[in-house]
Design a protein around this ligand. Sequence first.
Ligand SMILES: C[S@@+](CC[C@H](N)C(=O)[O-])C[C@H]1O[C@@H](n2cnc3c(N)ncnc32)[C@H](O)[C@@H]1O
Length: 257
Amino acid sequence: MGVGEGGVERAGSGGAGRRGRGWGGAWRGAGGSGAGRVRAVVGDGPTGWRDHALAATGFMPADEGDALHDAAVAAGRALPGLAMLEVGSYCGRSTVWLAAAARATGTVLVAVDHHRGSEENQAGWEHHDTSVVDARIGRMDTLPRFRATLYDAGLEDAVVAIVGQSPVVAALWRSPLSFLFIDGGHGVEPARQDYLGWTPHVAPGGILAIHDVFPDPADGGRPPYEEIYRPALASGRFVEVGALGSLRILRRTRVSD
Ligand SMILES: C[S@@+](CC[C@H](N)C(=O)[O-])C[C@H]1O[C@@H](n2cnc3c(N)ncnc32)[C@H](O)[C@@H]1O
């Protein structure tokens, strides 16, 4: 996990700069802030969409959000007309970076989440946020915050939200995707199901992005690494084209690859 409640980055705090356009191997292992960063060029000024991403509740570090955005723009340009899809939107933080990329390339982002939070978001766990609990039922409900984030960022029309269980939605899905971002349940079974259910829909030449990939168990939970990242590479259907922090960017191979 990256940035959470209590540690939420605000516009201008740590996210003021961003990397250049090259999202490929150039930034592999480069980590967070530091040399090579340039001033923000994304968004529409002080109240642009990027500032709303940075102000949103969630777990996407600024530099990884920028890399995610750039990868999605490249995928959207390479495969025009295909939708993008995110599994795991929470309060819409990563969604803003991706929705902006979808809009910039003339497509939409489908955002799949049941909005009840993952295991690690529940009461008693490290990433629990009482401000997204529905007091009436005593359960998490991130949908109102998600909607507010997209409204504030001016990106509602670039997003189709699907409220439901990821494997159920995946079983109904029929369209090829230019870009797939998996950041849903981080347990073994949810991660395995997201891999099996969603990755076949990435079109040849399209991108699979995975968050919270930790090759070293000391850095974090293993399922996104063991159940999504490794099987994707082992399948021969994907090659790694970029990495930053816990974000991994893989491209679906073409017949000619
Ligand atoms: C790590 S959070 C996503 C963080 C978000 N991408 C961000 O940038 O802040 C994981 C999200 O996945 C959702 N989720 C977990 N398991 C799911 C499932 N089986 N189906 C749908 N959504 C799920 C949770 O409700 C939670 O909102």
